[in-house]
Structures are given as C-alpha cells and as structure tokens.
Design a protein around this ligand. Structure first.
Ligand code: HEC
Ligand code: HEC
Length: 344
C-alpha cells in the first residue's frame, strides 16, 4: 500500500496495539476485566423439585413440533443444538416456510437478558414463549386455544402438566406452557474458559485471547457488552457514530425499538447482543447481514466507537470472543416424543 495510506490507517487506529507476544500483565488484565465483566453463575439449583419437573416438561415442549400449524415447527426448528441454539440463517424460517423479520439469536444464556428479542419487545422468557405460539412466521396458531388443543390431543400431556402444575383445574394452558419452557431455558447457561479466567485462572486464556480481551476493554466494547452476558442488559443505538446499514449493507434498515415504542428517540435502538457463544452464531446482527465475525467486530469499532480496528486488533478480539464458547448443555436434546392418540 502507498505510504500515505499506511500512515492514514495507522493514525486512524485508536492506539498502538501491543503485539500479543509481548508479555501482558495478566494480573492487571484480570482486575480490569472483573470491573466490567462477570462470570456466569451455574444454573440455579432448583429450589424445589417442582421447578425440575417444570424444566423437564419445558424441555419436551421445546422440542414438540405438533403444536405448530403445519406440524413441523418446534422451538428447536430455529434454535438448533449444533449451532449453539441459532439456525445459521440470516433470517429464521418458520411455519409454512415463512420468513421472520429478524435473525434468530442463541437462547443459551437468554435467561440473563433484561428483556427478550432484538428490540426488547418481550419482557420475559415466559412472555416470549407464550407469544411465539401465535407468531405468524413461527408457530402460526390463530389463538392460544388452538395451540393448547393440539397439546391436549396428545394423551400423555394431561398427566405431565398435572404433575408440573398440581392442583390446577385446567393445567394445559398457554401461561403454563410459558412457565415450563422458561424453566427449561433457565437450565441453558453455558460457562466457558473465560469464566475460569475471571475466577483467577490466568492460563485459561491463551496469550492472543488475553491480548484480545485487553483490546476489547481498552477500545470500550465493555461500555455496552458488560456483565455476565457480555451484553443483554441494555438498549443502545446501533450506529452511534454512523449509519449501521452503510457498513452492514442491510437493504431495508430496521428502525429497531422505535417501531415498538413509537418514540423517535428509539430510532435504530436495539438490545445490546450478548457475546456468549458468538463465535458459533454467524450470521451476525439483528438482520443476519454480516457473516464474518472479524467484519462484525470491525463494524462495531467503527459505528459504535468511531474507531478503526487494525487487522491484528480485530483478530485478537475474535480470538478472545472464541473463549466465550461454552459446551452444549446435555439436556438440549429432544426426548422421545409422546405418542399420538390412537386412531379412532
Ligand atoms: C421460526 C423460527 C423460530 C421459532 C420456531 C422459535 N424462535 Fe425463538 N427466535 C427466533 C427469532 C427470529 C428471534 C428474534 C426475534 C426478534 O428479535 O424479533 C427469536 C428470539 C428468541 C428469544 C430471545 C433471545 C434474545 O437474545 O433476545 C428466545 C428466548 C427464544 N427465541 C426462545 C424461543 C422459544 C422458547 C421458542 C418456542 C416456544 C422459540 N424461540 C421458537 C426464531 C424462532
Ligand atoms: C454503544 C454500544 C456498543 C458498543 C460500544 C459496542 N457494541 Fe457490539 N453491539 C451493540 C448492539 C446494540 C448490538 C446489536 C446490533 C444489532 O441490532 O444487530 C451489538 C452487536 C455486536 C455483535 C454481534 C452479535 C450478534 O450475535 O449478532 C458483536 C460481535 C459485537 N457487538 C461486538 C462488539 C465489539 C467487539 C465491540 C468493541 C469493538 C463492540 N461490540 C462495541 C452495542 C455496542
């Protein structure tokens, strides 16, 4: 590259990056990281056995496709075990092949989010699960009675719901569906090597991952991606220092929360994405417009912080983000489905 361009790109970089081979002060890195980021606590131990029974029912419901209008869509249709609970598509495809307006995020660790969905238009896991049943591009039921009728037609659910919601007259209802599915989702936390690092094990991260964490903190990523989820706990504008769609190439910019609140101050505001498992959840952003994680990281630097990340800085951050990949929980798998009612 010509010298002038080189100088330009160097001055545009926000600071001289320490080569990761250079010894990093791991002790200071740990204290700095602990100031903005938090380890994942293990899933809360079920206070009572009822919670465990509900989680087990929720697991079954999560993998139940007979509750959708075409009989083919379960929650797992768009949140696959082999894709860290995403679907690998820019925009999810639901009942009768209908496309969703947005990308399917991972539901691992979603229990930590302060609101659900990219635009925060669902208050809780319970509300999210309940309303999914009616989504025209998810399960497609015209009303909850139709959805519940489909569950009631499968004989074994009567007993399963009665055990999970004892003493209720009509336990197969959409509120209980939401409660059970949410209880299951609470079991889907995925601690990773990064949590071991935060707990004080400096060797849990490689030198390059540590350099990436250093850059992540120094660049200011942690001002939005903080806490145990490294995000998921605030709303922020996507495109603080420039229009996001000019960088992502999104064809029809999504107005974000403004469409939910009808308030102009929420224009292009989205929930800060959690970065747990992000190395496995391509494509990125609410519209799945960016496939490559390095590119997504550089776009973030540019439009959120007004900083140009050098190639090695972005590569280090990507290495660090890889340390946030946790194992797929053992119970994230379909149980043997309950048999259909015998034909009359
Ligand atoms: C047709 C595909 C599809 C199906 C089926 C589906 N989801 Fe999703 N899920 C999505 C998409 C797309 C989003 C993002 C929606 C948005 O933000 O507007 C999402 C978002 C979520 C979120 C919020 C995560 C976050 O970080 O904000 C949770 C939790 C979730 N889904 C759980 C479920 C559960 C539970 C079910 C079954 C009751 C389900 N999903 C069924 C596609 C799907
Ligand atoms: C001012 C707040 C803010 C800052 C600073 C910020 N981000 Fe983000 N980040 C967001 C928001 C909001 C989103 C969701 C954007 C959307 O709607 O698609 C996001 C999304 C992401 C995604 C995509 C996640 C996914 O699952 O699609 C990655 C990766 C990411 N940020 C990394 C970073 C990195 C690395 C930095 C520092 C260079 C950074 N962010 C700085 C707010 C911020």
């Amino acid at each position: 590259m010509p010298r002038s361009t080189l100088i330009l790109s160097l001055t545009a970089a926000f600071f001289a990056a320490p080569a990761f081979a250079e010894a990093l002060d791991s002790g200071k890195l740990l204290t700095d990281a602990q100031a903005v980021l938090a380890p994942l606590s293990p899933p809360p131990v079920a206070k009572d056995s009822l919670q465990a029974v509900r989680a087990e029912l929720g697991r079954r419901l999560f993998f139940e496709n007979r509750v959708s209008m075409d009989g083919n869509v379960s929650c797992s249709h768009c949140h696959h075990a082999d894709k860290q609970a995403t679907d690998g598509l820019p925009k999810a495809i639901g009942v009768f092949g209908k496309e969703n307006p947005r990308n399917a995020p991972s539901i691992f660790n979603a229990a930590l989010n302060f609101k659900q969905h990219w635009r925060g238009d669902r208050e809780s896991l319970e509300e999210q699960a309940e309303k999914s049943l009616l989504g025209p591009a998810s399960f497609g039921n015209p009303d909850q009675a139709t959805a519940m009728g489909k569950l009631k037609a499968i004989p074994a659910y009567a007993d399963a719901f009665a055990k999970a919601f004892p003493g209720e007259q009509d336990p197969i209802n959409s509120k209980n569906w939401g409660t059970a599915v949410a209880a299951f989702e609470w079991t889907l936390l995925t601690p990773s090597r990064f949590d071991a690092f935060l707990a004080g094990d400096a060797k849990a991260l490689s030198p390059q991952e540590q350099a990436g964490l250093r850059t992540f903190i120094d660049a200011g990523c942690g001002s939005c991606h903080n806490g145990a989820g490294l995000g998921g706990n605030s709303f922020q504008k996507f495109g603080v220092t420039g229009d996001y769609w000019k960088e992502t190439g999104s064809r029809t910019p999504d107005k974000g929360r403004a469409d939910v609140t009808k308030n102009d101050t929420d224009l292009y505001v989205f929930k800060v994405a959690s970065l747990r498992n992000v190395a496995k959840t391509s494509p990125y952003f609410h519209d799945g417009s960016v496939e490559d994680l390095t590119r997504a990281v550089k776009i973030m630097g540019k439009v959120q912080l007004g900083k140009t990340l050098l190639d090695n800085q972005a590569a280090d951050i990507v290495a660090f983000l890889g340390s946030l990949t946790g194992g797929v929980p053992a119970n994230y798998s379909a149980p043997e489905p309950y048999p259909d009612a015998p034909a009359k």
